[in-house]
Design a protein around this ligand. Structure first.
Ligand code: ARG
Length: 460
């Protein structure tokens, strides 16, 4: 059995159960890249500061690079007895270069090491997620561009409310995604402080150059308090919060996709490649992807809550509880990226059933507000206009007609002020295209919004 790097004061080896329970290598091996980057920067700094001989530092750096290549080539098997990724890599280094390898951990603790790895990791994954969000936003903008004239009902309370276009509806999600990108940028900022140099909790007596390490690892600053540096996981919580909000957005969108692909709505037909069937009902084509995205949202909330709960009771500084920070972060990252990527393809390949959308907008009196607004333009106070159109709607329901199917006589029977101009006012295209102030669904406005969005997203 390999000897533990910390075994000096122990008279006995650890029980196998202790190794299993205590070790994190099964999951933290995915930090190998960040861990090696951090160690290379640390070794270079030790050499530069003459804390270790510069030649030793060079050999350590070179060997760490070889270890990195070997890990990526699948040549390394990690060991549970070596507990975690940090000690696995350090012991590999010592296996390869002996005593020189033993100098790497000078002036460093696993506590500031793991904190540094997590900072690097969170920054790395935020950048990946931002790219994925941009991809989805671009898909939605393209879909919107093709649907600026696709009239559909806008809803409140899931009741048809006012006519909009499918493009306008999609742009609402683009707004959410832009905020999501900003949120992940903020997380990067929160993680942008280097913990390394904090040591176990109280820094070190060696003359470490923390600013040099920060520069090597592309951190904009160094942590100012060593206790906080090793025991801060706020940036992980911020990350999980950003993931949760993004997933909440995708979940709302999924709910709409599920509704839209039902026979009752039939607004959207999902591509076969992004749908699934039933084992018993031969006719079924199910929107499983959207449902799973909606379902997995709960799981990312769980990740957030477990980390918040884990952190709430631990005293300063590092405590082993904090090893539990990793799986929620990894799980949330895996979940959100597969959701974003699959959702993107599902939307890119879906067929929009424009006729059904328009039919739905034509029913349900979604142009009733426009009828009231027409009365207002003709001198009727809005509250009275609301009442008059309410009577018309009641009449229509009784006679199973839409507002545009009423004759002028029928209009005038409710109020003599009506004339034939009312028909243009309640025409769906006009209802949409007269809402052209910024933020509105008119084709010109939406086209401008799409162009603005393309520019904004590039810069986010
Ligand atoms: N695997 C540990 C973690 O993820 C590394 C830090 C261990 N530090 C210690 N003092 N036991 O938190």
């Amino acid at each position: 059995m390999a000897k533990k790097l910390w075994s000096g004061r122990f008279q006995k080896g650890t029980d196998a159960l202790t190794d299993d329970f205590n070790s994190s290598i099964a999951f933290d091996q995915r930090l190998y890249h960040q861990d090696i980057r951090g160690s290379i920067a640390h070794a270079k700094m030790l050499g530069k500061q003459k804390i270790i001989p510069p030649d030793d530092a060079d050999l350590i750096v070179k060997t760490l690079q070889e270890i990195l290549e070997d890990i990526e080539a699948g040549k390394i098997t990690f060991s549970v007895e070596m507990e975690d990724i940090h000690m696995n890599i350090e012991s590999l280094l010592i296996d390869r270069i002996g005593d020189v390898g033993k100098k790497l951990h000078t002036g460093r603790s696993r506590n500031d090491q793991v904190a540094t790895d997590m900072h690097l990791y969170v920054k790395d994954i935020c950048a990946i997620i931002i790219d994925d969000i941009k991809q989805l936003a671009t898909t939605l903008l393209n879909l919107a561009y093709a649907n600026t004239e696709t009239i559909m009902p806008g809803y409140t309370h899931l009741q048809r409310a006012q006519p909009i276009t499918f493009a306008h509806h999609l742009l609402a999600y683009v707004e959410m995604l832009k905020r999501d990108i900003k949120r992940f940028r903020q997380v990067i900022e929160m993680a942008d402080t280097l913990p390394l140099g904090a040591g176990a909790l109280a820094t070190t007596t060696y003359p470490l150059d923390r600013y040099f390490v920060a520069e090597q690892l592309h951190f904009s600053g160094v942590a100012l308090n060593s206790l906080d540096a090793v025991s801060d996981r706020d940036f992980c919580i911020d990350f999980l919060e950003a993931v949760s909000v993004l997933m909440m957005h995708l979940s709302r969108f999924s709910e709409e996709v599920v509704l839209w692909s039902s026979a009752e709505f039939h607004f959207l037909t999902l591509d076969d490649a992004f749908s699934t069937g039933s084992s018993i009902m031969p006719q079924k084509k199910n929107p499983d992807i959207a449902e799973l995205v909606r379902g997995k949202t709960g799981r990312t909330y769980g990740d957030l809550i477990s980390l918040l709960t884990m952190m709430k009771g631990i005293p300063l500084a590092y405590n082993k509880d904090m090893q539990e920070d990793k799986e929620p972060v990894f799980d949330a990252f895996d979940t959100v990226t597969i959701c974003l990527r699959t959702f993107d393809k599902m939307m890119a390949t879906a067929t929009v059933n424009a006729q059904n959308m328009r039919r739905a907008a034509a029913g349900g009196f979604s142009n009733a507000t426009d009828a009231a607004d027409w009365l207002v333009k003709n001198g009727i106070p809005f509250r009275d206009a609301h009442g008059i159109v309410g009577q018309l709607v009641f009449y229509c329901i009784e006679h199973q007609k839409n507002l545009d199917e009423l004759s002028l006589e029928e209009y005038q029977a409710v109020d003599p002020i009506f004339n034939k101009e009312i028909y243009a006012a309640i025409n769906l295209n006009n209802c949409v295209n007269q809402r052209k102030i910024v933020g509105g669904p008119a084709k010109v406005t939406v086209e401008r919004a799409i162009a603005i969005n393309r520019g904004q997203i590039k810069k986010l």
